[in-house]
Design a binder for this molecule. Structure first.
Ligand code: C2O
Length: 598
C-alpha cells in the first residue's frame, strides 16, 4: 500500500517534471515515455557501464534537456534579465532513483560562459561530469552544448544542481531529488506528499554587475535585497504582497520538505510557525531522526524534514532569515516567508510568524549541528574510518592580497580582500585541473599545498599583524584508498566566521567540532561510531571541525567555502585522488564533447 502510494507519487512528479522541462510540446513528452518504456534496454546499458562494486544498483536512464536562456523577471518591483535554465527560477527539479543513469544535455543560449555542478553527487570515477569551471571542465561557451552523464550510487535524498562559474548560480540552480531504489521505502514514516523548498537570494541589481563591481576594487559586494522560497520573497517585503510560495496541506497528512539553501552568501535559520520539524536526512544521507522547531542550513547544504499537518486549520508562515556569524559585517537581515495553507482555511486568515533565533545565535547553530547523527542501515552502513593514513590541518579564513596592477583597492591598506586555505589564496587556472592531471599538462598547478600551516599559532586569538596570503594553484595529492583526516580551523584574521566548507566527489564524516583552537588531545573525544555524514559542513565561527573520509574516488575534487564571497576571494583548494590499481579504481576517459579550453 505505502509503496504504491510512493511509487504513484513518484511517477506523477516525474510526469510533471517532464512538462516543466520540455514545456507543453507533445513530441518531447513522447520521447520521455519512450525513455521510460525502454527500461530493459536501459538496465542493460547501466549494467554495461556501471562502476565497480556499485554495479548491483541497476536503474534506468533518465534524459533531461537544460537550455541556458535569458529570463525577464520582476521581484520587489524591480525587473531585470537573468540567466536561467529553461526560463525557470528556480530551475527544473530533477527526479531520479538511486541507481539511475542521468544524462543532461546543457546548451548555452546566453552570451556568457556556463558550467553546471551536480552538488553532492558522488560522481564515482566520472569527475568529467562534476562541473566546476576550470576544475573538472572548461566552461560551455555561448552556442555550445555539453552532455553531463553520471550514475547516482550509494546516496538517496535531497541534493541540488547549480551553475559553478562566477556568481551565475544566483539564478541557475534547482533541486536534484534522488528517490530510493525502486521497491525500497524510506527508513522513516512514508510521507503523503513531498515538497522541495529552494531557499535563494535576490538582488535588485544585476548579479553580474554586483560581481564585477566588488571584484574590481577588492572590497565587499553589495548585500542582497531579499531571500526567497521557491523564487518568491513573500509578503514581508515591500511590493510583494502576492509574491509568496503557497504550500497547500490537508489536515492530518504528513509532508516531506526537501530544503535546499541555494543562497549565495548567507547561512539561514528556517522554521514553520506552530509546527515541529523531524530531520530525517542531510545531504542525501539518512540521519537518526531528531525533532526541532528550527533548522540551521548553510549554503550548499540540503535537508529533508517531516512535517505533520496537525495544527488547527489556518495559515502559517514558513520563514527563513540569516545566521550572521561575522561580527560587524553588514548582511541582509530580512526575512523570507512562504505560506503553509491548510485546506479549508479562510482566504482572509492572517498567517502566524514563527519565532526564529537571533541573527548572532551561535549557540543555536552549534546545538543544531551537534545534534546530527548518521543512521546506519543495511543499505547504508556507517563505515567511519577508524584509522588515519593521512592527517591534514587546514586553516580557513580571511586575508588580504596585493591589489592587481592598475586597480585601486578598498581593502585594508589599499589591498584586496582575500580568503585562503593554509594561507594560500587559490587562483583558478585557464585549463581545467582535471584535464591537466589526466593528460599530464605541465605548468597548470603545483602539488605543494602544505599539509599544515607553517607555524601553529593561536589562530582564534589576537589576529596576526601580517594579513597577507600567498596566491597559487596549489593542490594536495592523495593516494587511492587512504583514510584522510582533515581538521578545518577557522581563523580570526579580519573576522572569525562560520565557513560552510564543501567537498566535491565525497561525503565525509564530521567526527568532531569545537570552539577555539584545535588541539591533538581533542581527538580522544571524536565520534567514530555514528558521526553525521555530509558534503558541506559549517566550521564553527572561531572554532574547528574534524572530518574523515576514505579516498575511494579518483579524480580532481574541489573543496571550498560555499559562501560565494569567500569562494571568489580564494577560499578554495583541490584534492587529486590518484587512480587505484584495479581497473574499477581508475578514472573513466573524458567524453568526446568535453568543452575545449580556449
Ligand atoms: Cu555547490 Cu563547488 O559547489
Amino acid at each position: 500500500m505505502a509503496f504504491n502510494a510512493v511509487e504513484e507519487g513518484r511517477t506523477r512528479v516525474a510526469r510533471e517534471d517532464a512538462m516543466q522541462i520540455y514545456g507543453q510540446n507533445p513530441l518531447p513528452l513522447f520521447n520521455l515515455s519512450l525513455t521510460l518504456s525502454t527500461v530493459a534496454l536501459s538496465i542493460l546499458l547501466v549494467l554495461a557501464f556501471s562502476v565497480g562494486s556499485h554495479a548491483e544498483h541497476a536503474g534506468i536512464t533518465r534524459n533531461f534537456e537544460f537550455n541556458v536562456t535569458y529570463l525577464n523577471i520582476s521581484r520587489l518591483c524591480h525587473s531585470k534579465q537573468v540567466v536561467s535554465i529553461n526560463g525557470q527560477l528556480p530551475g527544473p527539479t530533477i527526479h531520479v532513483n538511486e541507481g539511475d543513469r542521468v544524462i543532461i544535455k546543457v546548451t548555452n543560449f546566453v552570451d556568457s560562459n556556463v558550467s553546471i555542478h551536480w552538488h553532492g553527487v558522488r560522481q564515482f570515477r566520472s569527475g568529467w561530469a562534476d562541473g566546476p569551471a576550470y576544475v573538472t571542465q572548461c566552461p560551455i561557451q555561448s552556442g555550445d552544448s555539453y552532455t553531463y552523464n553520471f550514475t547516482v550510487l550509494s546516496q538517496s535524498g535531497t541534493l541540488w544542481w547549480h551553475a559553478h562559474i562566477t556568481w551565475t548560480r544566483a539564478t541557475v540552480h534547482g533541486a536534484l531529488i534522488i528517490h530510493p531504489k525502486r521497491g525500497v521505502t524510506y527508513p522513516f514514516q512514508q510521507p503523503d506528499d513531498e515538497v522541495p523548498l529552494v531557499l535563494g537570494e535576490w538582488w535588485n541589481a544585476k548579479v553580474e554587475d554586483v560581481f564585477t563591481e566588488f571584484t574590481a576594487v577588492g572590497g565587499l559586494p553589495n548585500i542582497s535585497d531579499a531571500y526567497t522560497i521557491n523564487g518568491q520573497p513573500g509578503p514581508l517585503y515591500k511590493c510583494s504582497t502576492k509574491d509568496a510560495f503557497v504550500m497547500d496541506v490537508t489536515p492530518g497528512k504528513t509532508y516531506l520538505l526537501r530544503i535546499i539553501n541555494a543562497g549565495l552568501n548567507n547561512e539561514l535559520f528556517f522554521s514553520v510557525a506552530n509546527h515541529t520539524l523531524l530531520v530525517v536526512e542531510t545531504d542525501a544521507l539518512y540521519t537518526k531522526p531528531f525533532s526541532t522547531k528550527t533548522i540551521f542550513i548553510t549554503p550548499g547544504q540540503t535537508m529533508s524534514v517531516l512535517l505533520q499537518a496537525n495544527q488547527s486549520i489556518g495559515k502559517y508562515y514558513i520563514a527563513a532569515r540569516p545566521y550572521a556569524s561575522a561580527v560587524n559585517a553588514s548582511f541582509d537581515n530580512t526575512t523570507t516567508t512562504a505560506i503553509l495553507n491548510y485546506q479549508g482555511s479562510s482566504d482572509s486568515a492572517q498567517p502566524i510568524l514563527p519565532e526564529l533565533p537571533e541573527f548572532n545565535d551561535t549557540a543555536f547553530a552549534d546545538h543544531f549541528d551537534s545534534s546530527l547523527r548518521s543512521l546506519p542501515t543495511t543499505d547504508y552502513p556507517v563505515n567511519v574510518p577508524q584509522t588515519v593514513d593521512r592527517s591534514l590541518f587546514f586553516t580557513v579564513g580571511l586575508a588580504v592580497k596585493p591589489c592587481p596592477l592598475n586597480h585601486t583597492c578598498v581593502g585594508p591598506n589599499g589591498n584586496s580582500l582575500a580568503a585562503a586555505v593554509n594561507n594560500v589564496s587559490f587562483v583558478l587556472p585557464h585549463v581545467a585541473l582535471l584535464q591537466a592531471h589526466y593528460f599530464n599538462i605541465q605548468g597548470v598547478f603545483t602539488t605543494d599545498l602544505p599539509d599544515q600551516p607553517a607555524q601553529l599559532l593561536d589562530f582564534t586569538g589576537k589576529p596576526p599583524k601580517n594579513l597577507e596570503a600567498a596566491e597559487g594553484t596549489k593542490l594536495t595529492v592523495i593516494p587511492y584508498g587512504v583514510n584522510v583526516q582533515l581538521v578545518l580551523q577557522d581563523t580570526s584574521t579580519l573576522a572569525t566566521e562560520n565557513h560552510p566548507i564543501h567537498l566535491h566527489g565525497y561525503n565525509f564524516f564530521v567526527v568532531g567540532r569545537g570552539f577555539g583552537n584545535f588541539h591533538p588531545a581533542n581527538s580522544s573525544s571524536f565520534n567514530l561510531v555514528d558521526p553525521p555524514q555530509r558534503n558541506t559542513l559549517g566550521v564553527p565561527a572561531g572554532g574547528w571541525a574534524a572530518l574523515r573520509f576514505k579516498a575511494d574516488n579518483p579524480g580532481v575534487w574541489f573543496m571550498h567555502c560555499h559562501l560565494e564571497i569567500h569562494n571568489t576571494w580564494g577560499l578554495e583548494m583541490a584534492f587529486i585522488v590518484q587512480d587505484g590499481n584495479r581497473p574499477d579504481q581508475k578514472m573513466l576517459p573524458p567524453p568526446n564533447d568535453l568543452p575545449r579550453c580556449v
